[in-house]
Design a protein around this ligand. Structure first.
Ligand SMILES: [Zn+2]
Ligand SMILES: [Zn+2]
Length: 275
C-alpha cells in the first residue's frame, strides 16, 4: 500500500493534541505516512512548529486564518521570516471566508494579499481557504500573481467553474471527508473531473469526519476514507489514489521530502519489507 499524505490537519487542536501518540499510531495503522499540520494563528505557531520538529512524518505551515480576529495580524516580512524554517513547507491557511465573518471584508482581503506576497517571496506554496467568497478569492489570487508560487485550494467545496479557474492558476484541489457526505453529489462530480496530477486529500481534523465517523472527532487516519471515496468515484484502485496524491504532495510542497526506508522503519511505517 502506498503511504497516504493528509495534506491538511490541525493535530494541535483538542482533543487531538492531548492524545497525539494514539492519533499517530492510528495514522500509522492506516498507512497515513505524512501529515501537514496547518497553522491558523501565530499564537499557536510555536506549538505547530514544535510538532514538525519532533516527528519526521509531520510538516507544518505558517499563517493566520481569515476568521481569526484576535492575535497578531502579520506583515509580509514577519511571515517570510517564520517560513524560513525548513520544516515549514507552506504559507497558510489563508484566504477569504464570508460565511463566518461579515461586514466590510477589506481587512480579510489585505491579510490574504500579505500571505500571497509572503508565499511569492519565500517560494513556499499557499494553502487557501475559501468559503462563500470564491469570486473575490480568485480575483485576489490573480491580482497578486499567486500563480507564480502555486498552492492548494483546501477542503474544496466549490463548483467546477471555480475549480477550473484555480487549476488554470496552477493550483491543486484538495478533497476532505465532505466527499463522503450524502448531500455532496455536486462535489463528487467535481472530484471526478480534477486532473490526476492536481489531486490532494486531507482530513481538516478534528473537523469534518468522513462517513462512517461523521459527527465524531476527525483524525488523520481517516484520510483513508477520503482516498477510498476518490478511488471508487474515479474507478481506480486505492493504491493508485494513494500513490498519486502522495506524489502530488511532494511535488507541490517541494520543501518536504519522502522519508528514507530506514526512517520509515524506525517509526513503523514501512509496511512492505525492503528485502
Ligand atoms: Zn480551512
Ligand atoms: Zn484547516
Amino acid at each position: 500500500m502506498a503511504l497516504l499524505a493528509d495534506s491538511h490537519c490541525h493535530i494541535n487542536f483538542e482533543p487531538l493534541g492531548a492524545e497525539l501518540p494514539l492519533i499517530l499510531e492510528n495514522a500509522r495503522a492506516n498507512a497515513v505516512g505524512y501529515l501537514l499540520c496547518v497553522s491558523v494563528n501565530l499564537e499557536d505557531f510555536p506549538q505547530v512548529q514544535q510538532l514538525a520538529h519532533s516527528y519526521p512524518q509531520i510538516y507544518a505551515s505558517v499563517g493566520v486564518h481569515p476568521n481569526e480576529i484576535k492575535g497578531e495580524d502579520p506583515s509580509v516580512e514577519r511571515l517570510v521570516e517564520l517560513a524560513a524554517d525548513p520544516r515549514i513547507i507552506a504559507i497558510g491557511e489563508t484566504g477569504l471566508d464570508y460565511y463566518r465573518s461579515s461586514g466590510n471584508m477589506e481587512w480579510q482581503h489585505e491579510r490574504f494579499r500579505r500571505h500571497i506576497r509572503a508565499a511569492c517571496a519565500s517560494g513556499k506554496p499557499l494553502i487557501i481557504h475559501t468559503r462563500e467568497a470564491s469570486a473575490d478569492t480568485l480575483r485576489i489570487m490573480r491580482e497578486e500573481g499567486a500563480n507564480q508560487v502555486g498552492g492548494v485550494m483546501h477542503c474544496f467545496t466549490e463548483n467546477w467553474d471555480t475549480a477550473s479557474q484555480a487549476l488554470d492558476l496552477g493550483f491543486y484541489i484538495s478533497f476532505s471527508g465532505i466527499l463522503t457526505f450524502k448531500s455532496a453529489d455536486a462535489l463528487r462530480e467535481v472530484a471526478v473531473r480534477v486532473p490526476e496530477d492536481r489531486l490532494l486529500i486531507e482530513t481538516d481534523a478534528p473537523y469534518l469526519a468522513p462517513v462512517p465517523h461523521r459527527g465524531k472527532t476527525n483524525e488523520p487516519a481517516y484520510v483513508r476514507y477520503v482516498a477510498e471515496s476518490l478511488a471508487s468515484l474515479r474507478q481506480v484502485s486505492l493504491e493508485h489514489i494513494g500513490a498519486v496524491t502522495t506524489r502530488n504532495f511532494f511535488t507541490l510542497f517541494a520543501a518536504a521530502r519522502p522519508l528514507s526506508e530506514k526512517a520509515l522503519r524506525e517509526i513503523g511505517l514501512l509496511i512492505r519489507d525492503a528485502g
